[in-house]
Write a protein of this length. Sequence first.
Length: 570
Amino acid sequence: MRLKVSKSKNSASLYVIKSIYNSKTQSNSSKIVEKLGTETELREKLNGADPYEWAKEYIKNLNEKEKKGTRKMLIPFEQSKIISKDEQHSFNGGYLFLQKIYHELKIDCICKKICDKHKFKYNLDSILSRLIYGRIIFPASKLATQELSKKFIEQPDFDIQHIYRSLEVIASEADFIQSELYNNSLKLYDRKKGILYYDCTNYFFEIEQENGLKQYGVSKEHRPNPIVQMGLFMDSDGIPLAFCINDGNTNEQVTLKPLEEKIISDFKLSKFVVCTDAGLASTNNRKFNNTNNRSFITTQSVKKLRKNLKEWSLDPTGWRLSGINQTFNLNELDEEKNLKNIFYKERWIKENGLEQKLIVTFSFKYKNYQSNIRNRQVERAQHIIDKNPTKLKKCNSNDYKRFITKSHCTPDGEAANKEILGIDTTLIEQEAVFDGFYAVCTNLEDEASAIIKVNQKRWEIEECFRIMKTEFKARPVYLQRDDRIKAHFTTCFISLIIYRLLEKKLDEKFTCSEIISGLRDMNFYKIKGEGYVPTYTRTDFTDTLHEKFGFRTDYQIVSIKQMKKIFKDT
């Protein structure tokens, strides 16, 4: 800031002005910060002292205060002045916290390596970062993301055609990106890679034509659309490790081995335990993880066990409780007193040339949960019989319609003219036998309680899929080309890693919706030449963010200089 004197015929006015750089026109201009008064007014106010010397000292103090960030700003607004057309005033700053993690993972360096390899002209770092920030904060199509990225304080330097060109490169370098991300993450924190969780899901397309990766298959959401399948590995901290995209009609059991082999070769991992659900627990997958210091923990359907194992599993005697050296009979237990306890029994079995430990658990809480679900399904079945029997169609093994029986004769055996519908009480009784029981198989010799604890964390990989589908809106997918589809899920995968690391950094104190809506609401009003005024509400969430990331955006105004420092630090 400096002094400006505006002289007229009869007086001289003193102003504090500062230079402003316009990045669009690449030129400097001046702005009046404060009017000090006329020379006559100041001499009278200062009791005859030199107003010019006083003004110079006053401005010197202002500059010192601005340097320290303590200067009071006087910002003039005029009621009669219309705002400039097409001039943006509101910006989002929530992405700055994502940007900090983005740079900690050195994704900008990964982009530079890819750029050096392919020799393209556009800014891949800028494009990929905006695709990631947009996927978390403003999930939308690629075309919309290009426009939505203009909401961020740091403006994009690319066009929509650059985004589509970059998708081809991102797809071709997806394996390299995963490997580099893993290696870079090891420098940030101690990844718990001794236990890996694997699961599959699928994503539907808003089209009807099969092509390439888009194929008709068994949709997790029961939609009659082509799908692609995604396999995901996660470490025991809930941080994604690697992913693969397969045709929608691929059997998910065959997806585990190729991705696991890629982890072994690219990530240089050799000793780990793979934890999966029953749908991925083929004999081949178990045998593959029964060699070279690898192990497996997989869920096992009690219903599908051989007769003798099923009888042993459902036998009420011989049950144990962790930390207690005695056995229990389930029929003699008080349900209310043991509601939170998980009882177990274990034995070694050998099937198809594979020796493994079978652990069966029983929980009264889980029993009540299964019973309540089935009772609600029976109620729905009875309701459709009473109100709208025309809706009855073929159903799957978990559909409530499985409890509905159809017959064309009366209980006396006489032929009936109409179809008679009823509730299958025999099926209800058969299913109720398995309430509360849960089984896993493993080749580990660890204590049953430790294996049960490991298996209980499988919900986190389900949550990863839920976040991608619901919060990140990863589906439906509108892209047509296979390379662009793969690039889309690569950006979703990176977004999930950054989000999970943010969640950990916040000590998991906030829900997913609280975090994402909190970042989305962190808006600022830009005052030209001065800085950014936060328009968001300060909360426990924003306080925790600032505390964990080491910079603050919740001052009454964040000066341009302060904001540039934040850009540099993130």
